[in-house]
Design a binder for this molecule. Structure first.
Ligand code: 2E6
Ligand code: F3S
Length: 306
């Protein structure tokens, strides 16, 4: 079996930062440290941090007064920060700086009296956090077909932001429909889809062109990982999202001689190595890493002394 590895794949700068924040907060303050929502959407990362003393909750009310509390990389609404303060929690914000940038843009648009379109997946925590930075009217838009039904007060005073992990191709279509209906929209030069999302989608497209089957390592609730699987499927390849090697169905491999592997921005590299080992245990393999975009971006940690 020939195995091709996409490049870049796996952890992005925001995920590295968020996981480092939890680890260092555990060292500095001692366990337990509470995290509102999964720090990143990966079951293995969560289990590992739970083993060190992190406690993941979905409600602030489940955190004892005075406890160290970390907001996940996906960001939270302003109301959540205010509520945490009222509950007497000692908070650390692990929101990815590229998500925070989107939050600031939403606030600025509202201050100027603009309504905000948030292009993204309804119910995703990043979208909820982004919408929660609007102090005026905000609309979530998931598909181009929804544009026609949008009711806005003043078509001259609207702006948009996007979720950071969207499909580059789908977003282009949605924005085309938005610009057609609102030609005077306050539009940035580019979307808020982040560098990591863009690079991983480009890499998996190139990978899919060279293999018969694509495996994306990532958890089922990871938006960016799901998009990678879709990009590969869109190229006409069989493509599956797996949390770990034991989810591989040998039936997928019938007649397959070349497999491509990539990983979502929240999936640790050791899981990719385990998938490669899974193949090695079943026969002779050759492994090639594709050339791709170099990534050198990293983010500083916030002050953890709370
Ligand atoms: C925060 C913002 C964007 O589901 P999604 O892809 O958003 O999240 P993760 O945790 O799988 O990926 C990292 C991330 C965090 N992306
Ligand atoms: Fe941030 Fe993009 Fe990663 S928004 S958490 S760098 S996927």
């Amino acid at each position: 079996m020939k195995i091709l590895l996409a490049q870049p794949r796996g952890f992005c700068a925001g995920v590295n930062r968020a996981i480092a924040i939890v680890n260092q907060a555990l060292e500095l303050h001692g366990p337990p440290v509470y995290v509102l929502h999964e720090i990143v959407h990966n079951t293995h990362v969560i289990e590992e941090l739970q083993g060190r003393g992190a406690i993941f909750v979905e409600e602030l009310e489940d955190i004892p007064r005075g406890a160290v509390t970390i907001f996940s990389a996906h960001g939270v609404a302003l109301a959540v920060k205010e509520r945490a303060r009222a509950l007497g929690l000692r908070t650390i914000d692990a929101t990815c700086p590229l998500v925070s940038k989107v939050h600031h843009r939403v606030s600025r648009l509202n201050e100027r009296g603009y309504e905000v379109l948030v292009i993204g997946h309804k119910g995703h925590p990043e979208v909820e956090g982004t919408c929660g930075h609007a102090r005026g009217r905000v609309h979530v838009l998931s598909r181009a077909e929804e544009v026609a039904a949008l009711a806005v007060a003043d078509p001259e005073k609207i702006g948009y932001v996007t979720q950071t992990t969207l499909s580059v191709d789908d977003t282009r279509d949605i924005l085309q429909a938005v610009r057609l209906r609102f030609p005077r929209i306050s539009a940035p030069e580019r979307t808020d889809i982040c560098y990591a999302t863009t690079n991983r989608q480009l890499a998996v497209r190139r990978l899919a062109d060279r293999v018969e089957l694509v495996l994306v390592v990532g958890s089922k609730n990871s938006s960016n990982s799901n998009r990678l699987r879709e990009v590969a499927a869109h190229q006409g390849r069989a493509a599956f999202l797996i949390d770990q090697a034991d989810e591989i169905d040998p039936g997928w491999l019938e007649g397959v001689r070349c497999v491509g592997i990539t990983a979502g921005a929240s999936a640790p590299e050791h899981l990719v190595s385990e998938v490669v080992s899974w193949f090695a245990a079943r026969g002779e393999i050759s492994v090639e890493e594709m050339a791709g975009e170099e990534e050198s971006i990293s983010f500083q940690l916030p002050d953890l002394r709370v």
